[in-house]
Design a binder for this molecule. Structure first.
Ligand code: DON
Length: 557
């Protein structure tokens, strides 16, 4: 088994032609946030499992070795393409509890209290991940369910050595763990975590064993249900037994669109990812990007202007399609998009107020996780899953050993009030019992001339969609290898606030001056996102792109 854990490579090497490539493998590959999890997925496939079997094993492994975002108490989305080219997408996004109300995060004066939707038990949505894994496996898995959970259980029981980055995050979260829990049965508690320390999670092993034995019922019924409800209610949250028992993931139609020789399959509502990618690439298809050069000011100006337009639509129109009418067909129609295209000035920045009103700023903490898998038969799966913030609501289920999400913050808690990613919304994304909060997660599978070409996705909150867009364009328009494309510095604009964010490796000082002269307001924010992707090379081999920003690792054979 070959493995690659990329290090940072100076961006000037990218600009001036010293080339590098990610792991290349012949048969199969997993790229995920942690080497332990990637290895588990590869082993499942070496034992005859397909991409879905591997994905289930990787998901549960990440719940153990990547507790910051890997999860049992969160939700996500899966895009699966069979080797015959059939595409299926599964929505296992959290839902709002039945006792939730539209104004539950407003104080007595009618003012939004963002802290309530971000930390502690009131922020928790009904978890979807376990149901999602069970549904995926029931429909497409080939291996014994119990065997797929076994590696995760072993790692929870025996422990694993944490990385330097994990130690840093564990040190940072200590105060919050004490603040938002009513118990101290939390194996992550402890001062002075260091790289190489062993993290053992016996309670988590027990919960995993219950899921191993009883599948869905091992989480949504019985002892685990009791424990989960007790912890949430003790900490002032709203979840009821009925919320858990009635949770259902949903198979949905993918968002499908063409860009040149490429056909995209991405996640539809309640994720905004696929719709925004389609809009942005439609607009970009009107410009000769390839001739512009990587991250030149002309290219970044256009990228910014198409992002501005798409995120303005996100704020106004997008929400859970089971609850609100969203004009998806219109938003993706050539007539509508051609009209929007006329708003782009190819030379100068158009102020966001001229597109829609409102100016905001925000502070965020961001952690989600994405993994990409291709199996020896050519089946491919892209899964993005999250607790929302790092360690979610910070509430750990007592005796269960896992964190609960703070996904409720992805709703628009009041019109015009930004969530932790600075995203605003209104009616379409207002809270209602049973409704799914709008997401930016963008697991995506791309074909080229009918064949599998790329499996891609990222964490990063609102920046997920633009991270996926840039990873794709870095390869197809700018000729970078996948690993270079993933490592390359990124930029981001989301309409509001009217700021062009950039990572320090994305721009040189000349480009910054040129963009400023075009009217853009620049602000550095780095690093962000973690694109974990696989590309099929022209000779049929697989190239991995594992983001150097984290501990991400590609493995394959
Ligand atoms: O669903 C969403 O869009 C967010 N809850 C994702 C959060 C996220 O990516 C945080 N990570 N870096």
């Amino acid at each position: 088994m070959a493995e690659s854990r990329p290090e940072q490579i100076d961006h000037f090497k990218e600009r001036y032609g010293i080339r590098y490539q990610g792991l290349v493998a012949d048969e199969a590959m997993v790229v995920s946030a942690m080497a332990y999890a990637s290895r588990v997925g590869v082993q499942v496939m070496q034992q005859g499992g397909n991409a879905v079997d591997a994905a289930v094993a990787v998901h549960f492994a990440l719940a153990v070795v990547y507790p910051v975002a890997g999860n049992l108490g969160g939700g996500g989305f899966a895009v699966y393409r069979t080797s015959e080219g059939a595409v299926h997408t599964l929505d296992f996004r959290e839902t709002a509890p039945e006792q939730s109300t539209r104004d539950m995060y407003l104080n007595a004066n009618g003012k939004a209290e963002p802290g309530w939707s971000r930390n502690g038990a009131l922020a928790v949505g009904v978890p979807g991940s376990v149901d999602g894994m069970v549904r995926l496996h029931e429909r497409f898995g080939t291996q014994d369910w119990a065997s797929l959970l076994a590696p995760a259980i072993t790692m929870a029981e025996d422990g694993f050595p944490i990385t330097a980055l994990q130690a840093e995050r564990l040190r940072d979260v200590q105060d919050d763990l004490l603040t938002y829990n009513t118990h101290d049965r939390i194996p992550l508690l402890g001062i002075g975590w260091h790289s190489g320390d062993t993290l053992r999670q016996p309670d988590l092993a027990r919960t995993l064993r219950s899921i191993q034995q009883y599948k869905r019922a091992g989480f949504y019924e019985g002892e685990n249900l009791q424990r989960l409800i007790r912890s949430v209610q003790a900490a002032g949250g709203l979840l009821t037994p009925n919320d858990l028992r009635s949770y259902q993931s949903v198979w949905r139609e993918p968002i499908q669109f063409d860009y040149g020789a490429y056909r995209f399959y991405s996640m539809g509502l309640p994720s905004s990812g696929g719709i925004l990618l389609a809009q942005m690439l439609y607009h970009l298809s009107h410009f000769p990007l390839a001739g512009m050069g990587w991250n030149t000011d002309r290219y970044l100006h256009l990228l910014t202007e198409v992002e501005r337009l798409a995120y303005a639509d996100r704020a106004k129109y997008l929400g859970d399609p089971d609850f609100v009418a969203v004009p998806v067909d219109t938003l993706l129609s050539a007539a509508y998009l051609d009209e929007r295209l006329t708003l782009i000035d190819t030379q100068r920045a158009t102020p966001s107020e001229a597109i829609e009103a409102g100016t905001i700023e925000w502070q965020e903490s961001e952690e989600t996780t994405h993994f990409s898998i291709v199996d020896p038969a050519g089946n491919a799966i892209a899964i993005t899953t999250t607790l929302n913030s790092r360690y979610g609501s910070k509430v750990m289920v007592e005796g269960g050993g896992y964190f609960l999400n703070n996904e409720m913050d992805d709703f628009s808690i009041q019109p015009g009030v930004p969530n932790q990613f600075g995203l605003i919304g209104g009616e379409a994304n207002a809270i209602a019992p049973g409704k799914r909060m709008l997401s930016s997660m963008t697991p995506t599978i791309i074909e080229k001339e009918g064949d599998l070409y790329m499996v891609v996705g990222s964490p990063g909150g609102s920046k997920i969609i633009t991270s996926v867009l840039q990873a794709f364009l870095n390869v197809t328009a700018h000729g970078l290898s996948l690993q270079e494309a993933v490592n390359a510095g990124r930029v981001h604009h989301q309409w509001q606030p009217d700021i062009l964010y950039f990572e320090d490796t994305a721009l040189d000082s000349l480009t910054m001056a040129q963009l400023t002269a075009r009217g853009h307001t620049l602000r550095e924010r780095s690093p962000y996102g973690a694109v974990d992707a696989i590309r099929i090379l022209p000779n049929g081999q697989l190239e991995g792109g594992a983001d150097f920003r984290g501990d991400d690792a590609a493995m394959g054979w």
